[in-house]
Design a protein around this ligand. Structure first.
Ligand SMILES: [Zn+2]
Length: 414
């Protein structure tokens, strides 16, 4: 009899536990669905009020107000950035810390041509939906407002300030032409080379002048020779930003701006040093002086396979469409620098037809279309769902963290 009762109690407990877990995920979906109109309003408001990097005051205001209304504690102006924020929700004393990264800056002249209105809104929706459906499970949910992705990068100073270090996992979404995970991103160094020479009359006294433009020309030529002897994933592309004042004056100042990119940070560092040597050589050869100014550097994205798969499963569960492998060709993102600090993954979410290029009018128009709205809802559910799985399943979280550590220590493929 006692044994029977004990078995019954055990069965009951198990049923309750599984019901609670189901309520967790289903509860998350229900919260997002209940918030649908509000999330769409936020998305459209950010979209229709495009703000450039470090000036996203309207976006920050509406996103942080929504988080505060839902019990998050918001800190604005973090890492010395006026439009960055950290919003924290601590459940039952806190536990595994899951971060969702919001972006919300627009592009000059184009507006929201990169879908960052969707990124910001989905991150806030995910954070709230997860926070509201934790029940008695201890956890910490943090939504990060990361400004100026298109320009100066908000994430770099936030990484430097250690703001992501408290996380167990960092997640974000980016809309595009497919639903995908595991998209690579290249490590990047953005560098200005400023050459200094001596002005002189280009016809009457060229022998008294030193052409800064010659330095720039030698830099471009040297880089062309270097190009053949680097790994095929390396990309070096530049423009002349100052070619002198007039054709009849020997240019005393000339400058070039280069993006130097590669699949792997360690290797790219060696390429960057070689490019700098080309610049120094160009200066020596032309008698000019060169000032090498590093503008910013991103790391490549470290791809944690177990985390990417979890995100994809959750996207499928949440009803994502246009699921495809990631594109081969890629650019760079400051999220890469986050991925060097904590296990991180990005869900590409479909909102335009396959093959539609980014930073385009098509992206602008899709931002408030039914497919844009659906992307917000599905991404919010998928991000929150993945966060929930990591919180309730310590083995899964450990697997993700172990894989991340192995990649970082060079024991696994990057
Ligand atoms: Zn973008």
């Amino acid at each position: 009899m006692v044994k029977k009762i004990m078995v019954l109690v055990l069965v009951l407990l198990l049923l309750m536990a599984s019901a609670a877990m189901a309520a967790g995920k289903e509860g998350i979906y229900k919260t997002v669905d209940d918030m649908r109109q509000q999330l769409i309003q936020i998305n459209d408001y950010i979209h229709d009020n495009p703000e450039l990097g470090n000036q996203e005051f309207k976006a920050v205001e509406i996103l942080t107000r929504t988080l505060e209304d839902n019990g998050f504690k918001v800190e604005k102006g973090v890492a010395g950035l006026k439009t960055a924020f950290v919003a924290t929700y601590i459940n039952k004393g806190g536990g595994p810390a899951i971060g969702f990264l919001a972006e919300y800056d627009a592009l000059e002249k184009l507006g929201h041509g990169c879908g960052h209105n969707i990124i910001g809104t989905a991150a806030v929706g995910a954070g709230i939906a997860l926070a509201k459906n934790l029940g008695d499970i201890p956890a910490t949910i943090i939504v990060y407002g990361t400004p100026a992705e298109e320009t100066t990068s908000g994430k770099l100073p936030m990484v430097a300030a250690g703001l992501f270090d408290k996380l167990d996992v960092a997640l974000m979404t980016h809309p595009g032409d497919r639903t995908t995970v595991g998209a690579k991103s290249l490590a990047l160094n953005l560098v200005d080379f400023i050459f200094e020479g001596k002005a002189s009359h280009a016809a009457a006294a060229p022998e008294k002048g030193i052409s800064a433009l010659d330095g720039v020309m030698m830099l471009f030529n040297g880089i062309e020779y270097l190009r053949e002897h680097v790994r095929p994933d390396v990309r070096i592309h530049g423009i002349v930003t100052d070619g002198g004042a007039a054709a009849n004056i020997v240019p005393e100042r000339a400058a070039a701006r280069f993006y130097i990119r590669g699949a792997d940070r360690d290797y790219l560092n060696t390429v960057v040093e070689r490019v700098y040597n080309v610049a120094r050589g160009a200066a020596l050869a032309t008698g000019t002086k060169v000032n090498i100014k590093e503008i910013k550097a991103y790391d490549n994205k470290l791809l944690v396979d177990s985390l990417n798969q979890l995100l994809l499963e959750n996207a499928k569960e949440a009803g994502a469409t246009q699921i495809l492998p990631p594109p081969e060709s890629t650019g760079s993102t400051d999220f890469g620098s986050v991925s060097y600090r904590v296990p991180a993954a990005e869900l590409g979410i479909a909102f335009v037809p396959v093959g539609t290029p980014g930073h385009s009018q098509a992206y602008v128009q899709a931002g408030t279309s039914p497919s844009g709205h659906e992307a917000v809802i599905v991404a919010a559910k998928a991000l929150a769902g993945a966060g929930y799985d990591l919180i309730v399943n310590p083995d899964l979280l450990k697997q993700v963290k172990d894989e991340f550590q192995a990649i970082k220590s060079g024991k696994a493929a990057k």
